[in-house]
Design a protein around this ligand. Sequence first.
Ligand code: SRM
Ligand code: SF4
Length: 512
Amino acid sequence: MTESAATTKLNKFEQFKAEKDGLAVKPELERFAQMGWEAMDATDRDHRLKWLGVFFRPVTPGQFMLRLRTPSGITDSQKLRTLGEILQPYGEDGSADITTRQNFQLRGIRLEDVPEIFRLLQAVDITSIQSGMDNVRNITASPVAGLEADELLDTRELVQKVQDMITNGGEGNPEFSNLPRKFNIAIEGSRDNSVHAEINDIALVPAYRDGVLGFNVLVGGFFSATRCAAAIGLDAWVEPNDQVVEICRAILEVFRDKGSRSNRQRSRLMWLIDEMGLEQFRRAVAEKLAWDLLSAAPEDEISWEKRDHIGVYPQKQAGLNYVGLLVPVGRLMASDLLELARIAEVYGNGEVRLTVEQNVIIPNVPDSRLTAFLREPLLEKFSTNPTPLVRSLVSCTGAQFCNFALVETKQRALAIARELEAELDFPRPVRMHWTGCPNSCGQPQVAEIGLLGTKARGADGKPTEGVDIYMGGKVGKDAQLGDRVMKSVPCDTLKSVLHDLLVKDFGATPKA
Ligand code: SRM
Ligand code: SF4
């Protein structure tokens, strides 16, 4: 810890972590399952279980959320079938969400079932360890890593290695289970910044240095209720090998040992970089490495607009295609998971990818199988050619399951998008992101139109659900965060406000 952090009072999260590490609940799980959630110690139940990926939901007490890890968003039919089978007994209460970190969350989970669920997950090599609270979250990467001809670096193995370093191969790693705050890592190998590098605590982006292809290192990007900051260059370049794992480890160690543990609102990595100064922070990182940390390459190779991967695209492997399916606001039922597993096996090689836009990609579909694939009934629900607003819609969990939420998001986002599509024609898709509160899990600041849940007053002066509207978010090359342009717009007048914005700023025209 820095001197100031060492002498200041620990916040209440730090106090309970100091009393008992989050990972310490792992061997206690069977006992918790037997005693039931009502009888559990409240801190174990509400907080420490999140170190195992098990989230108590105050909105649906007794029905837990299970957040997995899906490095690079890569999964397969066997895994999906297991997830579907885990959810099936929960019926209407069971569902899954694809998250904005290319990951799965399962809903409706009962604590008494968790030990058996963990055995089922382990059998198909899925871990949920350290996926919540003060841990490194799912590590994101290009969803078409290893598939596209124009890719610069295939990052799949590196991402897995970084996850294994942080989680001790999925077993849990006390070295990195008590960070001062959450931590996000993204490793991009394509030219289109598919990972939103700018909003990660560490982002590696492809860059040539003296003719050698490696990664420039960006640090400190984050969103929070009190501050949003784009990542900045560390003035560092690493080779695409174990140096990637080692620089991530070095940065995490500096953050772990020096980051603020007093004010939780000022504990993310960027606050530490501000406090130390970028040069001193870089020096502290470099000192931990057994090799000389090189300065950054003068420019990176992020030169494309961001793609959404929806539709059919040829792979670098001749005769094969990847097919992106739009999963409206990322929500799937057990039957959808089972059906995805089936079509991934029948038409591809069983592999399935997730995107940070909460959609799925089925790779390795031969040319000869495409026509039949595109006739599959599941594609009526998860389209390869969706309508222009639903296509680019992203939404956080919102009030249905999240107690931080100030508004309902997913269903409202879909309903408003569909109503606007019924009224307007669009020259191109418009990227709209919804988030239920200022924590910004739905990333409204990266959207062309971002909606952030807040309190508002209706025409009658009474409190009602509302949103702040953000605009100007740019993704891909020259990514930029958007700004708030309107405050506290009541949700019941929102459709007409969005209608006018779409006509004025995005060239939408009223349908004849
Ligand atoms: Fe998030 C807390 C959901 C991506 C910033 N986030 C939460 C909690 C755990 C709060 C809670 O306990 O209820 C939400 C769980 C609700 C639920 O039942 O689903 C939650 N966050 C999500 C997900 C599921 C949104 C989604 O629908 O996709 C995303 C899960 C990603 C994953 O697979 O791990 C999710 N959260 C994000 C992102 C986006 C990103 O990573 O690109 C952000 C902004 C980027 C960042 O972190 O810098 C984000 N979540 C937060 C914050 C604010 C962090 C801060 O520094 O203040 C919180 C609150 C906190 O940590 O105190 C939060
Ligand atoms: Fe919950 Fe707020 Fe995150 Fe949405 S943005 S999932 S409402 S914490």
